[in-house]
Design a protein around this ligand. Structure first.
Ligand code: FEO
Length: 396
């Protein structure tokens, strides 16, 4: 259902209630998502972004009910990723030759995906596109979150179209931030930031400083996923400034996998020790093979320290622990502390392997965690508990 959000600017996107996994199987979208596309009607008509390819036919059919497709003068592709460009090929079959405004890098990603020589119009920061009464001002936003990403700003209406930045994978009929359930909305915002934007913290900070220094009034922020920020739109910008500054709550996360429960018992005994020494620390415990990995990453993002544990198997570590460590490596967390723990029966390489991976991922090392031979007895569990108690000083 298309609707006007302000001054002849229309939401023409698609709410995807069924989505549960995004980026293949990497990102859990338990609350679905939306692909927000916007139509600006002025003396010129502009379409900003499209939707994911499975919804291309539906998108074009509904768009043609809102506007004569031939009257679209310009298309803006703020980002080449498929969830926003997926309907572009079919749309351009209907209205061939229409100019597509995008960054130089988006020409690469769009050509790379669709192998078409569309009428690309490359823009840079500060370029303006007159629409009649208003103008669109383009702002390149490389690494928020791809090199091709771009924002655009509609003068007079004071709307920032920010593409992925400030978005959430969150399907809701209450498309405005002030109508959404705040706990759901903020949970989806931090999950999105933690899992998608963490590696680009420094770019996020610089881009926000740059946009703020332009002194453009912002009455609305329209991202390409989730809610539109119309009530105090800068609140999400302030939150991003906080998150981009190597964010951590008073939280500690333990992640492990286990074969015969030894490693699980160690994790729980360490957590008991931490809790006994400082109950104010929020503790999160995840079996990497069973917990949702998007939730694990969000908990690491919120933590000042983490411990990762595995038994030794085949001189290595369990594959679920290896998998989450690979995700952690790619996200380049900074200013967080970490240590390993492990159980073993014979050779016992797990802790050294985990320590090596944590160090390569940029974590500051904590004292080596327990390495317990076979199943932990009362003495071993006491050792784990005492380690947890002692850890509190190091993580505070
Ligand atoms: Fe929502 Fe980077 O695509």
């Amino acid at each position: 259902m298309h609707f006007e959000i302000k001054d002849s600017v229309f939401w023409v996107g698609k709410i995807d209630w069924e989505l549960r996994k995004f980026h293949g199987e990497e990102y859990s979208a338990q609350r679905g998502s939306s692909y927000n596309s916007y139509l600006i009607k002025d003396e010129k008509t502009v379409l900003i972004d499209t939707v994911w390819a499975p919804f291309a036919d539906e998108f074009i059919e509904q768009l043609s009910e809102t506007v004569d497709l031939n009257s679209i003068d310009y298309i803006v592709a703020n980002h080449g990723e498929i969830d926003h460009s997926g309907a572009l090929a079919k749309l351009l079959e209907r209205i061939p030759g229409k100019p597509v405004y995008c960054t130089a890098n988006a020409v690469k990603s769009l050509k790379g995906h669709y192998h078409q020589d569309w009428n690309f119009q490359v823009v840079k920061t500060g370029h303006r596109l007159p629409l009649g009464q208003r103008e669109l001002i383009f702002v390149e936003a490389p690494m928020l979150h791809w090199p091709d990403s771009m924002f655009c700003y509609l003068t007079k209406s004071e709307i920032l179209f920010s593409n992925d930045a400030f978005g959430q994978h969150y399907a809701t009929e209450s498309i405005y931030n002030d109508l959404a359930d705040p706990s759901e909305l903020w949970e989806e915002c931090i999950k999105y930031y933690a899992n998608i934007l963490t590696p680009f913290n420094s770019f996020v900070k610089k881009k926000i400083e740059e946009v703020v220094s332009l002194n453009l009034p912002v009455s609305m922020i329209c991202p390409s996923h989730g809610v539109i920020w119309r009530d105090d739109p800068m609140q999400i910008v302030r939150k991003y400034q906080q998150w981009a500054s190597d964010y951590a709550d008073n939280q500690f996360t333990l992640i492990y996998d286990t074969m015969w429960n030894s490693t699980r018992r160690i994790a729980e005994a360490i957590a008991d020790g931490i809790n006994a020494a400082d109950p104010s620390i929020k503790l999160k415990i995840h079996n990497a093979a069973r917990s949702d990995k998007t939730a694990i990453i969000t908990d690491i993002f919120r933590s000042k320290g983490v411990m990762v544990g595995s038994p030794t198997i085949n001189r290595g570590i369990l594959s679920a622990v290896g998998g989450i460590l690979e995700q952690i490596r790619g996200l380049s967390f900074k200013k967080k502390k970490a240590a390993s723990f492990s159980s073993y029966g014979w050779s016992g390489e797990a802790s050294a392997i985990i320590n090596d991976l944590l160090a390569k991922s940029g974590f500051e090392p904590l004292a080596q965690g327990p390495r317990i031979l076979w199943y932990p007895d009362d003495n071993a569990l006491k050792q784990c508990f005492d380690y947890g108690k002692a850890l509190v000083k190091a993580i505070n």
